[in-house]
Design a protein around this ligand. Structure first.
Ligand SMILES: Nc1ncnc2c1ncn2[C@@H]1O[C@H](COP(=O)(O)OP(=O)(O)OP(=O)(O)O)[C@@H](O)[C@H]1O
Ligand SMILES: [Mg+2]
Length: 452
């Protein structure tokens, strides 16, 4: 028996996000004809790379190009990672998108190829169709008996009705908690999945429409269900192959999905699961959804990883591989020979290359503006202009970092807007790479001088 259900609220837990380097990116910023807008969804310029990424995205959505690979290549800070993040948001939650950086493979406490295998399987979705039994009805009454001690098991009763019948159900602690979490009250129409115990609020009963004020404007009103309380219903849910691996791995169990501490997964477990999934496919119970595996800084992988990837892409359970690098002709790690982008020729052969180009001053200014909005920073015009200059002369990333620090300096002097002086201040406090390198060179020559 292969289990495919993960704890119901896991998605929410994994979606917590803070303001990160790419949090202003919400998609590829396309118009109705799938053409990139000059500015859209946080994306600025880099139009031809975005157009290519959009085309790739269309093919991914149609599920047509499993086993294919694309490479974003271009100078540092030209938006390669940003475009990949844009693709991820545009794909939506039902197509898996896994993002990992080439250097991470060396810091994980498992072998590089196991880590790659897990990343590949995280990027393949299995859409499973199931018949489940649900209980659906209008809540007549919900009653919870709190134990006198305040601790221990809670018990309660739930009365549900349809237009034709009414039944009282006993509630255990877990169900009570689900009910409380969903804030279920009398007059709600709810659905309970019998297998998982998941409670879903479908809306308020029409008969309660008159209590509109009490329900609040966001309430949706639905009819009281007809017929039996218990029904069979077809539901579709998507899990990744990796999730199925972990749930069924006796040594770890699904709790490992929370901690991410999955360790190595036995080959036999994977073989069993592959066999089961292909059986389900034949029976029409499941479809494969090839997702995207994004490997950033791909030149950090070594020849062993590249061979493994190449082989994995041949398999019929393969995702779409998207890679990014800022290297030109570089030695392939673990070998003595050079290859374009540090990727072996046999893998390069199957790759569609998308190149990114340096930004114009106008585009840099626009990106900085978008970042200011993202970080809730008000910046005076002359400050933004000088920051743009800094961006063109040092790097976009450096300029972006100065936004946050300049904001702190402005706040410290009690100002609500970042001024030119604040930018100057942080520019002298935090040096960019060129200046830092300059200082070190100077320092070094002094040292050598003293040694002589
Ligand atoms: N076209 C763009 N629109 C909006 N923001 C962008 C764009 N390009 C880059 N950025 C932002 O600029 C910063 C640097 O870009 P990014 O990290 O994507 O560069 P990269 O090409 O991946 O560089 P590296 O080669 O160093 O990894 C990020 O914060 C990114 O979100
Ligand atoms: Mg990058």
């Amino acid at each position: 028996m292969i289990a495919v259900h993960k704890p119901s609220d896991m998605r929410d837990l994994m979606r917590l996000e803070r303001t990160g380097a790419h949090s202003h990116i919400h998609g590829l910023g396309l118009d109705d004809h799938f053409e990139p807008k000059a500015v859209g969804q946080g994306m600025v310029g880099q139009v031809s790379a975005r157009r290519a990424a959009a085309l790739l995205l269309e093919m991914i959505k149609e599920g047509k190009i499993a086993g294919r690979a694309a490479l974003l290549a271009g100078e540092p800070g030209t938006g390669k990672t940003a475009i990949a993040m844009g693709m991820s948001s545009a794909l939506g939650p039902d197509t898996p998108f896994t993002s990992i950086s080439g250097s991470e493979f060396y810091s994980l406490d498992m072998s590089k190829t196991e880590a790659l295998m897990q990343a590949l399987r995280k990027s393949i979705g299995v859409r499973i169709k199931e018949e489940t039994e649900i209980i659906e009805g209008e809540v007549v009454e919900i009653q919870v008996d709190r134990p006198a001690t305040g601790q221990g098991t809670k018990v309660g009763k739930l009365t549900l009705k349809t237009t034709e019948m009414e039944t009282v159900y006993d509630l255990g602690t877990k169900m009570i908690e689900s009910m409380l979490k969903e804030k279920v009250v009398a007059g709600d129409i709810i659905s309970i999945d019998k297998a998982t115990g998941k409670v879903t609020k479908l809306g308020r009963s029409f008969t309660k429409e008159r209590d509109y004020d009490a329900s609040g404007p966001q309430s949706k009103f639905v009819q009281c269900p007809e017929g039996e309380l218990q029904k069979r219903k077809e539901v579709v849910h998507t899990v990744t192959l990796h999730e199925i691996d972990v749930i069924n791995s006796r040594t770890h169990g699904f709790l490992a999905l929370f901690s991410g501490d999955t360790g190595e997964i036995k080959t036999e477990v994977r073989e069993q699961i592959n066999a089961k999934v292909s059986e389900w496919r034949e029976e029409g119970k499941a479809d494969i959804v090839p997702g995207v595996l994004f490997i950033d800084e791909v030149h950090m992988l070594d020849i062993e990883c590249f061979s493994f990837l190449n082989r994995a892409l041949e398999s019929d359970l393969a995702p779409i591989l998207v890679m990014a690098t800022n290297r030109g002709l570089t030695k392939v790690r673990g070998t003595e020979y050079e290859s374009p982008h540090g990727i072996p020729m046999d893998l390069l052969d199957r790759v569609l290359i998308i190149s990114t180009v340096p930004y114009t001053e106008k585009e840099i200014k626009q990106i900085l503006k978008v970042r200011c909005e993202e970080e809730d920073v008000n910046m005076q015009d002359d400050a933004l202009n000088i920051l743009t200059k800094i961006g063109t002369e040092t790097s976009l990333r450096y300029a972006i970092q100065l936004i946050t620090t300049a904001q702190l300096v402005a706040q410290k002097r009690g100002a609500s807007e970042v001024s030119l002086a604040d930018i100057k201040r942080v520019y002298s406090m935090f040096v960019d790479v060129k200046r830092s390198q300059g200082y070190l060179d100077e320092y070094q020559s002094e040292l050598l001088y003293h040694q002589a």
